[in-house]
Design a protein around this ligand. Structure first.
Ligand code: ADP
Ligand code: GLC
Length: 468
């Protein structure tokens, strides 16, 4: 099958969070199954664009209402990612340093979606499926079905994956004129409540909807940032498919970013060396258990509670634990996490910012990874942690519930029920006790490092879904 993935992120080209990891891996694994999956994403000003060779495969003018601009589609020449990568360059709109966060993000992603469809529209053949990821691509299912300009694309099935329903990309009806001419009596398919809502529109118009874990699909019928009713009513065409992880990029046996590589057989000594190197850089004590948090510092992740959780844990443990944070996001949380450094030097440290290499080193060097998320559609961090022999401490929610089993239930992680200072504190206490039992830890790590969370299974599940 020929599968076109549309996404705002794709690792290693541009990544903000797990969406990038998924779109950088799933097509590769689909190709390994004998299909022809491609990624078409916006061309940002990222090093990948400068450091690689591209050819122009489409050169035209695009428009948003009356505003017109040059559009170019560039193809990466070597297929080095394991799939064909196409970057859509739109002068003045995609060519920015960051992926998101601009006042005109609505215009940027709408122009990208229109440019993609204009390009595919003039192909001589038709792909078998267009697979859209998150709200930045959410108007594609509506446009292929209802815009006169794309009537020849009408029969291409569209699949829409919800990676996170908290972000919906709403904008006002005054911008309706940006879209190519459409049947106005179908305009209701664009909206939700007062606005045009790309996520809601995709849920209504896509041929199939998927979520990134089965539990998240269930949760969305009662917690979906206002879209609960819609998701419940579209349940019949929806499926929950658990994400995998890229076993080539995330492999402690070969990972070039680590101080020392290791396997489940050499996990004890391997982690010891990585932990020592990490503790050396961050002025921590390698003989104490190392707890970590890696991620976006936002409410969804429970990050607003981290300063209090860490303050309590560090105060009560009397210097017997270490904590290291890697993250960025909300300025207030960043500030509080920075401030804690003054209170607990030698036991606490934080790197505020984004650092891919450091994230690998922490998965390898830490003992426990905290994920006290309020919402977690899938979560990849816990799967990376498991593969690198770090025990996850997670809230029982979304994909965390689908991937982590508590040690009390014969499993390998530590689970808690609420995103609260108390619950996380208790869970850290259980982790501290577990840490004292070296034999048990060793057995758990040997087991978790061999768990198969690779994309092989899920890549096939998507293929099965396309073929129904
Ligand atoms: P989300 O997509 O909601 O942020 P996921 O668990 O799916 O959560 O994926 C997060 C991804 O982003 C992981 O690959 C994680 O290692 C990475 N990540 C998050 N924050 C940072 C950071 N500050 N530096 C490096 N990597 C980060
Ligand atoms: C989103 C979710 C996260 C998920 C990721 C990849 O960013 O917040 O839970 O793992 O997408 O699907």
């Amino acid at each position: 099958m020929e599968i076109i993935h549309l996404s705002a992120e794709c690792y290693p080209v541009a990544k903000v969070g797990g969406l990038g990891d998924v779109v950088g891996a799933l097509p590769k694994y689909q190709n390994k199954l004998g299909h022809f999956a491609k990624v078409v994403m916006p061309a940002y000003n990222v090093p990948f664009l400068q450091e690689n060779d591209f050819e122009v495969v489409y050169d035209a003018w695009g428009n948003l209402g009356e505003r017109s601009y040059p559009v170019r589609v560039l193809r990466e020449k070597t297929n080095k990612l394991g799939f064909d990568l196409y970057l859509v360059y739109i002068e003045g709109l995609t060519d920015r340093d960051k992926v998101y966060g601009y006042d005109d993000d609505t215009e940027r992603f709408l122009a990208y979606q229109i440019a993609v469809l204009d390009w595919i529209n003039q192909w001589e053949h038709r792909p078998d499926v267009i697979h859209c990821h998150d709200h930045h691509t959410g108007l594609v299912p509506f446009m292929t079905a209802n815009c006169e300009r794309y009537k020849s694309l009408r029969d291409i099935p569209t699949v829409f994956t919800i990676h996170n329903a908290q972000y919906q990309g709403q904008f006002g009806w005054d911008k309706l004129y940006y879209l190519p001419a459409l049947d106005l009596w179908k305009a209701g398919l664009l909206g939700w409540e007062e606005d045009i809502n790309p996520l809601a529109s995709a849920i209504k118009c896509a041929w199939r909807v998927t979520t990134v874990s089965p539990t998240y699909l269930d949760e969305l019928s009662y917690q979906a940032n206002g879209l609960e009713g819609l998701l419940a009513s579209e349940r019949g065409k929806s499926a929950g498919i658990l994400n995998g992880i890229d076993f080539e990029v995330w492999d402690p046996k070969t990972d070039p970013m680590l101080e020392k590589t290791y396997t489940s057989r050499t996990v004890e000594s391997g982690k010891k060396t990585n932990k020592a190197a990490l503790c050396d850089v961050f002025n921590l004590d390698p003989t104490k258990p190392l707890f970590t948090f890696i991620g976006r510092l936002v409410g969804e992740k429970g990050a607003d509670l981290l300063p209090d959780i860490f303050h309590n844990a560090l105060a009560h443990s009397r210097g017997n634990i270490n904590i290291l944070v890697l993250g960025s996001g909300d300025r207030m949380i960043e500030g509080k996490l920075e401030e804690l450094k003054n209170w607990f030097p030698g036991n606490y440290n934080a790197y505020i910012g984004y650092n891919e290499k450091l994230s690998h080193q922490i998965y390898a060097g830490a003992d426990f990874l905290l994920m006290p998320s309020r919402v977690e559609p899938c979560g990849l961090n816990q799967m990376y942690a498991l593969r690198y022999g770090t025990i996850p401490i997670v809230r029982r929610i979304g994909g965390l519930k689908d991937t982590v089993v508590d040690i009390g239930d014969g499993g390998f992680g530590i689970c808690h029920d609420q995103t609260s200072v108390w619950d996380v504190g208790q869970a850290m206490g259980r982790a501290y006790e577990l840490y004292q039992n070296k034999k048990r830890i060793k057995d758990i790590l040997k087991y978790t490092m061999q768990l198969d969370h690779s994309w092989d299974r899920a890549a096939q599940q998507y293929i099965d879904l396309y073929q129904i």
